[in-house]
Design a protein around this ligand. Structure first.
Ligand SMILES: [Zn+2]
Length: 77
């Protein structure tokens, strides 16, 4: 399910709005639920801390021109 509240990006160099490589440093807590056979299911995962370290445009491969679109700003169609 898409996270519609997620941060949006825009590449000012090529106009890309939809394809980015995002490097995120994320600290989480989760309930690791193992079956008797050893299969793992993660439940109740919560993000304690999350830092976006790098965003790169997938179209032009350049991260220098990527801008964060402020929340609430209408998106171009
Ligand atoms: Zn680009």
């Amino acid at each position: 399910m898409p996270d519609t509240a997620a941060t949006r990006y825009r590449c000012a160099a090529c106009g890309n709005l939809t394809r980015f490589t995002v490097v995120t440093n994320r600290r989480t807590t989760a309930f690791h639920h193992y079956s008797v056979g050893g299969a793992l299911t993660l439940e109740d995962e919560q993000v304690l801390d999350e830092t976006v370290e790098e965003v790169t445009c997938r179209w032009c491969g350049n991260g220098n021109a990527v801008e964060v679109i402020p929340a609430g700003e209408p998106m171009p169609q």
